[in-house]
Every structure is written in C-alpha cells, then in structure tokens.
Design a protein around this ligand. Structure first.
Ligand SMILES: [Zn+2]
Length: 461
C-alpha cells in the first residue's frame, strides 16, 4: 500500500534562513520534497491543502516544559494529554519535558515511570530531559546510560537549597566532566542561592509577604553571578551548557562574552520574560505571575529581544510549569515564598512572538522559526528530523494565518487553567492547521488529532 500523499500548496515557506513561496509535498509521515510554486502539480496526491496567503513553518519544538511534574506540594496543571493538546493549538509539534531523579534514587528508573505517564496520552511528539538532584557516584555512573537511553540533556539547579536541589561548585564540576566525556549537554537553572536566601530572610523578617517581594528577593544580580560562576567552571572543564530561562540584560552580555572566548554555552529565554515586567506582581493577580527567575523590568526585555535578534539568546522555551490558581492560593496562604513558582505558557509561544517580535520589528520570521523550532532541535539532537521543512524530515508543519486579529484570554486558550499570563494581549495572526508526522492535529483551528499519536523521540547529540 502506498503512503498518503498530501500537498501543502501556495504558502510562504519559512525556514531559519529565509522565506520562499513554495509547495510542500508530504508522503506518509515525512516531507518528500520542497519545491517552487506549482512544482508538484502533475503529481497525483490524495489531498491538497491550500496555504495561499499563509506562512508554512516547521512545527515548533518546545525545549522546556514540565508536564505532570510534582512541585512544592502540588503538580503542574498540564499532563501529557492536556499539555500536548494546548501545545498543538499553539503550533508546537514536539515538547521536551523532564524526568526528575528521586532524591538519592535512580533517574533511569524514573525515566520508565515518566514514560508510563506519557504512554498513549500525547497528541504530539515528546522527548525527555533529566533533572539531576545530586552528583553522587551513582548519578555520575548513570549519566552515560542516560545518554544511551536517548536523554543526552539533563538539568541541575544552583538554587533551591531548601528543597535539596542545589548543586554546589564541586558537583557542577563533576557534572561538567562527565558531560564532556559522554558528549551530553548540561542545562542549568542559574540563580545564586546565597543571595536569594539573604534577601528572603531580610524581607520575611520585615513582614513583607506580598508577591512583589518575590522579585525583590531574587534580584538580577543573583542570576548574573550564577551564570558567571558556571562560565568560570566551564573554563576549568569545557562541556556543553544550556542556560535555561535567562531573564536579565546582563545575562545576555555575560553569555556573549563567554561565547567570544569559545565556550560552548547556549541560552534560552521565555515569552514571559520578553513581554511582562515585575509590575504584574503588584496587580490583583500578582501571585499568579510568580516564576523563577522573576519577571524583570523594561530594560531587560529590550536586551533580551536584542539578544534574540543577534543570536546571543538562541531559543525561546515556554517553561510551562503552572499549577492551578486554586492550588497556588491554597499553598501560598498569602506568602510569596510559598507560591509554587511557574506559569502556564505552552500554547501562546508562537502567537506572542509573532505579534510582539515580528510585527513590532524586533525579530524577523526566519529568526522566529529559528528560536522556537530549528535552534532547539539542533541544540538538543532532534535536527533535521524536527525543526526542518526539508526532504526526509518529519512532516511537522504549521500553517499560520497572519491576518486574524484577536485578544488572548483564559476564555479562549486551550491550556488547562483559568489563568493566562497574557490576558488581554492583542494578537496578530493565528495557528490555522498543524500536522505532526503527516497527520493533522489541528485543522482549521479545531483539534482533530488523537491521544497516542505523539511518540517519544529518542535523542542523540
Ligand atoms: Zn523549568
């Protein structure tokens, strides 16, 4: 039996290198060929999808989501089912979530449990990073096996001492060493714990419990120092590092100068750091905007956009990690330091970046494709299977209509929460259809995919 042939016709094909009018021929789960307009007109296809007036992008890769993750006494609102539905509505066809090492336990065993949670649930493809809680002998011997098991990336923290997640310099050096040996990539959440604890003690003693003190107790300096420290350690042991969710203006410069020195460091930011400021913490819903690092100020937003434009910041991940507003309120009891920090943002990445970045002239469309799809695919070992519209790639395709104008709201999003960090944002353009490995997941704005279509992607760097 021959495989189904589908022609996406008349659109503007966008890649990280440019935009060309052209047609896309899909056969089964793969892209068969990309051609100029009309190039495949004499081929018999099963279906033609009219993309005239639309942009055709490679499916987005979200390198940073926390699906079905226990955190601070609750669990994130998105599991592999609801999270991948919302992701698909936003044009994402691959998410990389996390499997967390139980304290003192085996990450490899946890991988199996995470796999169980995801089985038959996902609408789009998914992959896993590890989260490491210690750098003990057992963990270090497990890392090569982890890489073998298709998980060449794993995250650690320079903070959360209170939750027993902090990695000290000694541990980081050990992780860098094994990472260099196995050819993996170490992801680091950078905030200097000592600075955070210093301010936290001080503000709590003064009776300051409102959400804005989340930002006051996690100053930009804490992030900057932690990033610089990682870079200093990388100079001792050179290994690939990916700094997750950078949020400060200085982080862009610090990472840039490390790059100039030839260090293999990558960095990510998130839609919320590109659009929202700490003023949100002073509003009525302040505590729902608590994320770590915290939202910053206008100056940081400007620097991050420039960093994206000039390539210093390479990726935009959602860091989707929201808990339900009900859990947030219940666990916090009016204290900013008890809020399970993190926001839901798995859906709006493309429309926010298109509206706030492309339409406002901060980045162009090829850059948008790069930071949301191609660059994360390349950094994390998914390219050219993902993040690419060329022959042989998975037929993960987004058709984006640039015309519609609408207002983003918790009332019209598909995330499993009644809070949207981007409530009231005026949005330009809309995801019209999404294919994941040749099958429609979203068609003309409606969910038509199936749970279980999404499969686990094993990665190799
Ligand atoms: Zn995260």
């Amino acid at each position: 039996m021959s495989e189904k042939k589908l022609l996406v016709k008349g659109g503007q094909l966008v890649s990280e290198t440019g935009i060309i009018p052209g047609d896309l021929l899909i056969e089964g789960e793969r892209i068969k060929a990309q051609g100029l307009k009309g190039a495949f007109d004499n081929i018999n296809v099963d279906e033609v999808v009219d993309a005239s007036g639309k942009y055709v992008l490679p499916g987005l890769v979200d390198p940073h989501v926390h699906l079905d993750s226990p955190f601070m006494g609750t669990v994130t609102v998105h599991d592999y089912n609801s999270g991948t539905i919302a992701a698909a509505y936003g044009g994402t066809t691959t998410v990389i979530s996390f499997s967390t090492q139980p304290k003192g336990g085996s990450l490899l065993e946890n991988l199996e449990q995470t796999e169980k949670k995801a089985r038959d649930q996902a609408y789009i493809d998914w992959s896993l990073h590890g989260i490491l809680l210690d750098a003990g002998p057992k963990t270090l011997t497990e890392i090569p096996k982890l890489v073998e098991a298709g998980v060449p990336s794993y995250k650690c923290f320079t903070t959360y001492r209170h939750a027993d997640r902090l990695m000290d310099d000694d541990s980081i050096l050990k992780l860098l060493e094994v990472t260099a040996e196995v050819g993996g990539i170490l992801m680091v959440h950078c905030e200097n714990d000592t600075i955070l604890e210093y301010y936290l003690r001080k503000e709590l003693a003064r009776g300051h419990f409102s959400p804005i003190y989340h930002a006051r107790t996690r100053p930009p300096s804490a992030e900057n120092i932690a990033i610089q420290r990682i870079i200093d350690l990388m100079k001792e042991v050179v290994a690939k590092v990916y700094i997750v969710h950078t949020s400060t203006a200085e982080s862009v410069e610090i990472i840039q100068s490390a790059r100039v020195q030839g260090l293999p460091i990558h960095s990510e930011t998130c839609p919320h750091y590109l659009t929202l400021t700490e003023k949100e913490l002073e509003g009525e819903n302040g505590q729902f905007f608590i994320c770590s690092p915290p939202l910053r100020v206008e100056r940081d937003i400007e620097a991050l956009w420039i960093g994206l434009a000039n390539g210093c910041v390479e990726t935009v991940g959602s860091d989707d990690a929201g808990v339900s507003p009900q859990d947030n309120l219940r666990l916090a009891q009016g204290r900013f330091d008890k809020v399970p920090s993190g926001m839901s943002g798995i859906e709006p990445r493309l429309s926010i970046l298109y509206t706030e970045g492309v339409c406002k002239g901060k980045i162009d469309l090829p850059k948008l494709v790069s930071v949301t799809s191609t660059a994360p695919a390349k950094i994390f070992g998914l390219y050219p299977q993902k993040g690419h519209l060329g022959a042989g790639a998975d037929a993960d395709v987004v058709i984006y209509d640039p015309e519609p104008e609408w207002v983003m709201s918790a009332k019209n999003h598909h995330m499993n929460t009644d809070f949207s960090p981007f409530e009231g944002f005026k949005i330009k353009g809309k995801v019209e259809s999404v294919l994941c490995r040749g099958s429609f997941v979203i068609r003309d704005g409606a969910l038509v995919g199936k749970a279980g279509h999404g499969k686990r992607i094993f990665r190799r760097l």
